[in-house]
Design a protein around this ligand. Sequence first.
Ligand SMILES: Cc1ncc(CNC=O)c(N)n1
Length: 228
Amino acid sequence: MEGKTKEKCEKSGIIEMWAKKHLLYTEATRHPFILSIRDGSVDLSSFKRWLGQDYVFVREFVPFVASVLIKASKKSDDGNDMEVILGGLASLNDEIAWFKSEASKWDVPLSNTVVHKANQNYRRFLENLMLPEVDYAVAITAFWAIEAVYQESFAHCLEDGSKTPSELQDTCQRWGNEGFGEYCRSLQKIANRCLEKASSDVLTKAEVTFLRVLEHEVEFWNMSHGCA
Ligand SMILES: Cc1ncc(CNC=O)c(N)n1
């Protein structure tokens, strides 16, 4: 295990560098809303608000992931990209079903949800990333970041010593489980490979896009938390 960790550190890519360099990454993955789940002090009305809004987000996220799949099918020189992204789409199918059952468990109505400003802004951002002229390297970096924020956040709520309420364990497992972690590492590998080959112009665009994702994620957590 130790050898494995070391190997990972030695092979640190562009993505890991950016995640370390930008404090915003920690702000997005250790947000007060997540910390409140982890220490058990979470306000359940915040959780319910997050649940309803995230369902709306995920339905918008599907066409974005589909657009990344299209880019992969055209651009990719590695046969595995498509399988990884397709796996992501398949798990979104399960996720939508999960949201529906979770929402009924919590009495959160999913139809007629008033879409919050932060959600609308995030949607507009994703729509722009779906345009054909957006480079695959930029789109896959955004895709990785969106998934990684949830993975790192919810995995934190499952670590030893966390006091996550039992009724929220299932939510944390959805994104914090080891399989989702493995999937994020696959996305990270793809992103690193694309970025290594990218022009400096594309690299800059990808880094800026990475930061925009983090800002949107922080705004999204803020909204759940009732700070926005
Ligand atoms: C706002 C936001 N960001 C990332 C995710 C995780 N990806 C798919 O579920 C999510 N559900 N919601």
